[in-house]
Design a protein around this ligand. Structure first.
Ligand SMILES: Nc1ncnc2c1ncn2[C@@H]1O[C@H](COP(=O)(O)OP(=O)(O)OP(=O)(O)O)[C@@H](O)[C@H]1O
Ligand SMILES: [Mg+2]
Length: 226
């Protein structure tokens, strides 16, 4: 655990151990800090512009914190140490690397995707859909070789989705989480896909391509109009 009382956002830049990622227009800074030998990752909107920081930033931190409270104690999810000044979220650091496209050469253990599926099952049982697992940046491979899932700002809670059309959207997001596993398997260990998974992959890629096609055509029409 980490004591956040003494942490001030304004002094993070002096006391931090490092920056994992600089902030951009829409994205928070990600710090790595250390206190009494405990390392934490801090996702921090305090350097964003006024409106973005106070409207979007606060909202996203509040959403993500809420999700972490619902996930507390689950294997494969970092512990959440809390919120600082409403603008930053402190998390247990998971030393390792994300399953990004450029990390295509990571060697994954034979049970990696089974473990990942167990984590996905476990947060669905808690009534939460992640909805942003597809590109892999939010799936970390720990130095212990095990999967971890971060970035819950776009997650959806089943409790908030009781009625149409939200209940349908929630179902869709749950399915998307499973589809994300297939997509990542296709990238890292395509030889382990079952025929059923291959079928889903082909079908879903077709749907995604069609949606993209329609979107691109609409964009062209729209451009001509303005
Ligand atoms: N607890 C953690 N331990 C280690 N690394 C982390 C942790 N949390 C986040 N990271 C790293 O920081 C990156 C960005 O974090 P996160 O996805 O939560 O922020 P984001 O602003 O939503 O980013 P993006 O817009 O790229 O999805 C992750 O891809 C991961 O590499
Ligand atoms: Mg992310």
């Amino acid at each position: 655990m980490m004591n956040l009382e003494s942490l001030k956002l304004s002094s993070l830049s002096e006391n931090h151990c490092g920056i994992l990622r600089q902030s951009s227009n829409t994205r928070p800074v990600i710090w790595i800090i250390e206190e009494y030998g405990v390392r934490a990752v801090v996702k921090d909107f305090s350097t964003s512009k006024f409106f973005y920081r106070n409207i979007i930033g606060r909202f996203l931190i509040w959403r993500e914190h809420k999700a972490y409270k619902q996930l507390r104690g689950l294997k494969g999810i970092p512990a959440c140490y809390g919120v600082i000044d409403g603008l930053a979220l402190a998390l247990e650091e998971i030393p390792g690397q994300p399953l990004k496209k450029r990390n295509k050469n990571i060697k994954l253990s034979g049970t990696f995707f089974d473990d990942l599926k167990n984590i996905v099952d476990s947060f669905h049982r808690r009534g939460l859909a992640h909805s942003d697992l597809k590109n892999g940046a939010n799936v970390l491979v720990g130095y212990n070789g095990l999967p971890y899932i971060v970035d819950w700002s776009a997650s959806l809670s089943e409790k908030e989705c009781k009625f149409f059309p939200m209940n349908r959207i929630y179902r869709r997001f749950v399915l998307d989480d499973y589809f994300a596993i297939i997509k990542l398997k296709m990238r890292y260990v395509p030889e382990t896909l079952t025929p059923e998974e291959k079928r889903k992959y082909t079908q879903q890629s077709y749907i995604e391509r069609s949606v993209r096609g329609i979107r691109d055509r609409l964009r062209k029409i729209f451009k001509k109009m303005v």
